[in-house]
Design a protein around this ligand. Structure first.
Ligand SMILES: Nc1ncnc2c1ncn2[C@@H]1O[C@H](COP(=O)(O)OP(=O)(O)O)[C@@H](O)[C@H]1O
Ligand SMILES: [Mg+2]
Length: 382
């Protein structure tokens, strides 16, 4: 076990083959872009390790409210594949919405739509015109992310949803490993020709994600029904101005069982194809604050890059950042997405006219603009 993250990261880039890139190394790298979801990232790291070493499937089902990081995890796995040389053969990764894989009129599963996207990705990775072997190999190692899988439940709004059953059954066959015929233009002896390739899905990694909204209420109801034998846990919450209050908190991960998914409308044989079902927790104030200040894609970091163009250094006070995080957390069920709206209301007037703010001169024409707690309170009417 290596001492520091930095050592692990450098090992990652020096690795000659995926076998040398251990789950802790993968975890450390994913964690640079995904905050506050360590439990989920450990499963994701093991899944990537299994997939890239090729012996067992590492399929994952990610369950989490909107804005908790499902797509962010998928994007970071993609980043990992692209930045690490040893992962070159695994770079064909696609994110596709579940409803695109079924034809609602004919009630049919359409795997060729998935394969078409995977082919496109594989070609982009290979560049130029590929040989049949290269194309087949790259496609067969693909990672396939399927979003909004929860919309393909067997029951939607209390009514049977046959389309969902069709999708789940089709996907489960793919995940078990199927051979799908693909007509493709490939290089044969240096000449482009049309060929039929048999693409096996056995070595692909499937990551499905969804918010599973009703699942929260469903499990909450089960847990809080008298005689369930379970009890809600209480936690201490610290507010931005240092006070502590005790709240009864319901975290799905604490109570979830696989059977809850069957009741929700997921086909048991489909769920059985996943190596792990991973629950992403709602993000607390501290994590939201960290995302605001440090994640590459955060609205604050984006604004800072924007002000940089005008020679202005944008900073934010500790308390101001905590207030933003607290307001984002209060707007439930949009998770880290809420940061954008909350922060936007504060910064938009100044992005429009920076002269309307108080600028501190720094010399050689540069200036600093600080977002303070009073400014946040005023913008948000707190
Ligand atoms: N755990 C997280 N760590 C870092 N950023 C996050 C996290 N969760 C969400 N975000 C940020 O919030 C936004 C929405 O997150 P996303 O992953 O798309 O949510 P969803 O779970 O709905 O797919 C993105 O801009 C992302 O950068
Ligand atoms: Mg998403």
């Amino acid at each position: 076990m290596k001492e520091t993250h930095l050592e692990q990261l450098s090992d990652l880039h020096a690795a000659a083959e995926p076998r040398e890139i251990t789950p802790p190394m993968i975890f450390a790298e994913l964690r640079r872009g995904v905050l506050g979801q360590d439990a989920a990232l450990r499963y994701a790291a093991v899944g990537v390790y299994k997939h890239t070493t090729g012996k067992v499937p590492g399929n994952l089902l990610l369950i989490g409210n909107s804005g908790t990081g499902k797509t962010t995890i998928m994007n970071n796995i993609q980043r990992l594949y692209h930045e690490v040389e040893a992962y070159r053969p695994f770079r064909a990764m696609t994110i596709i919405n579940a409803n695109l894989l079924v034809d609602p009129d004919r009630l049919e599963f359409r795997p060729e739509r998935l394969l078409a996207v995977v082919e496109q990705r594989a070609r982009a990775v290979l560049g130029g015109t590929a040989t049949a072997e290269d194309l087949k190999e790259t496609m067969e190692r693909a990672t396939i992310c399927i979003d909004e899988i929860d919309k393909m439940s067997a029951v939607v709004a209390g009514k049977p949803n046959p389309l969902g059953v069709v999708l789940q059954q089709g996907l489960l066959t793919l995940m078990e490993g199927e051979s799908v015929a693909l007509r493709a233009h490939v290089l044969v002896d240096g000449v482009e020709q049309e060929r039929t390739l048999d693409i096996s899905t056995a070595g692909m990694m499937f990551i499905c994600g969804g918010a599973f909204e009703g699942l929260y209420d469903q499990v909450y109801y089960r847990v809080t029904t008298p005689g369930s034998g379970e009890k809600l846990k209480s936690t201490a919450i610290r507010t931005a101005d240092g006070q502590v209050r005790i709240e009864l908190r319901f975290a799905l991960a604490d109570y979830f069982r696989l059977e809850d998914l069957f009741i929700y409308g997921m086909v048991p044989q489909f769920i059985a194809r996943f190596d792990n079902v991973v629950i992403l927790g709602d993000l607390g104030i501290d994590v939201l604050r960290e995302i605001l200040l440090n994640s590459y894609d955060s609205p604050f970091v984006r604004s800072r890059r924007f002000f940089e163009i005008m020679g202005i250094e944008l900073t934010i006070d500790d308390l101001a950042a905590s207030l933003v995080a607290e307001q984002a957390e209060a707007s439930s069920r949009t998770g880290a997405r809420a940061l954008r709206g909350v922060f936007g209301r504060i910064i938009n007037p100044f992005e429009f006219d920076v002269g309307s703010g108080e600028l501190e001169k720094l010399g050689d024409g540069r200036a600093r603009f600080t977002i303070t707690a009073p400014l946040v309170r005023q913008a948000l009417n707190l």
